[in-house]
Design a protein around this ligand. Structure first.
Ligand SMILES: Cc1cc2nc3c(=O)[nH]c(=O)nc-3n(C[C@H](O)[C@H](O)[C@H](O)COP(=O)(O)OP(=O)(O)OC[C@H]3O[C@@H](n4cnc5c(N)ncnc54)[C@H](O)[C@@H]3O)c2cc1C
Length: 387
């Protein structure tokens, strides 16, 4: 019944879910964004609307406010949203996975239902001025006292911290231990004394990024997620879900643009330079590879496999597809380059960040080399005893 890219020849219940969602969407269309409304505020209203219909956290267990369905059900809803040009499901899946895996039962019950409902908005406090790619080099320090911690340091590039109530914060708890065993994760309420959030304006005019200054901020032991030293595996779990093609729901949106380009290539064949036709062809190939890969990854997730380091492949394919696609689209539709506030131009600008956020493309290649392919490190001299 559907021609969206991640249609798996759906089993009956999934087909029903897609139908139910379309019917709900027809009755609860995307709200209008008010002229002066910041994007995150608008997206938050959309989040709440989706949640009120039961369309957020489909793969989260019911006892934590989800619907206890499979990853495939969540993929199907993302797919439907992209295909009708609506903003995707709220980007909280990767944070929810981190809590599901590392938080204790009390914390999951306390935080997850509110996160899914949009009652608490979370941000991600990982990067620092001196620690982005080299996250293990972070210097924010949490010093333990009797029953609480005192945190000092600075975070950077924290998306939408000014609209958030809680921050998934990483800090070092043991200066002596090796980097990967000395980082601890916390849920920091951003209204705590000692927290300063300062927004930074990006080149596209958005105030997405923030600096976060932490000046002897008190964090309770009950706000620590996992044990001391669990911060590194928690961070790796978080980013592997963040990089996962399935949690973003962008693929159907790319599909609409690929289709638009394909139509133009057909209808204006004699007019467009050969080079541009070739680029459209490449967009199509990138997109097809991404879809095939996303289908395989969905099947793996359904088989119980965690997102893992293979998500770096998802991230690279998404980045390549997205950047080439918007670059080509602006050459084919140059008039939209000058359209103030135009969606295509906005998407083009944001696509430039795809090779940086969630870990840069160079870092994804390093991860694939080391953790997926297990290639030997170039920096080590060859073992003379090896044959
Ligand atoms: C839109 C956007 C949203 C973001 N949101 C958040 C957020 O909410 N929370 C958060 O914590 N962070 C966030 N970030 C930060 C992001 O995670 C970092 O920018 C990213 O990890 C890179 O770190 P950096 O900027 O410090 O660059 P650096 O690490 O300084 O890298 C600079 C350059 O050196 C290259 N490089 C570095 N090390 C290596 C290496 N070992 N091998 C090869 N090349 C290398 C990099 O690829 C890059 O090209 C966001 C970034 C963007 C663009």
């Amino acid at each position: 019944m559907t021609d969206t890219p991640l249609d798996f020849g759906d089993p009956a219940d999934l087909d029903r879910l897609r139908r139910d969602f379309r019917a709900w969407l027809a009755e609860h269309p995307l709200p209008e964004r008010r002229l002066d409304e910041p994007l995150p505020v608008f997206l938050h209203r959309w989040h709440r609307q989706l949640h009120s219909g039961g369309w957020v956290g489909l793969d989260v267990p019911e006892r934590y406010g989800g619907r206890g369905l499979s990853a495939l059900h969540q993929v199907a809803i993302s797919d439907e949203l992209g295909a009708c040009h609506a903003p995707g499901i709220p980007r909280i899946g990767y944070l929810a996975h981190a809590l599901l895996e590392f938080a204790d039962e009390d914390q999951r019950r306390r935080w997850l239902p509110r996160m899914l409902a949009g009652d608490d908005v979370w941000c991600q406090g990982f990067s620092e001025p001196g620690a982005g790619s080299d996250l293990a080099g972070m210097s924010t320090l949490a010093t333990r006292h009797d029953g609480h911690y005192s945190v000092r340091g600075q975070k950077l590039w924290t998306s939408y911290a000014q609209y958030s109530g809680l921050c998934l914060l990483l800090a070092r708890t043991d200066r002596g231990a090796p980097a990967h065993r000395s980082i601890t994760a916390f849920a920091l309420p951003l209204d705590r004394p000692g927290v300063t959030v300062r927004p930074l304006r990006a080149m596209n005019g958005d105030d997405e990024f923030c600096e976060l200054f932490l000046d002897d901020v008190r964090i309770e032991e009950s706000e620590r997620i996992g044990a001391e030293g669990d911060g590194w595996p928690l961070a790796m779990t978080t980013v592997s879900y963040e990089r996962n093609a399935l949690d973003t729901g962008h693929i159907s949106k790319y599909g609409l643009l690929v289709e638009r380009l394909r139509r133009v290539a057909r209808d204006r064949r004699g007019e467009l330079p050969d080079g541009l036709l070739c680029e459209i062809g490449r967009c199509f190939v990138d997109y097809e590879v991404l879809v095939a890969h996303a289908r395989r990854r969905t099947a793996e997730r359904l088989g119980g496999q965690a997102a893992g380091p293979e998500s770096s492949i998802d991230k690279l394919l998404m980045t390549r597809t997205e950047q080439r696609l918007y670059e080509t689209a602006l050459k084919v539709f140059p008039e939209e380059l000058h359209e103030e506030g135009g969606e295509l131009f906005g998407d083009y600008l944001y696509s430039r960040a795809a090779s940086v956020y969630g870990g840069t493309s160079q870092i994804q290649r390093n991860i694939i080399a080391k953790r997926v392919l297990h290639l030997p490190s170039l920096s080590k001299p060859p073992n003379p005893g090896a044959t």
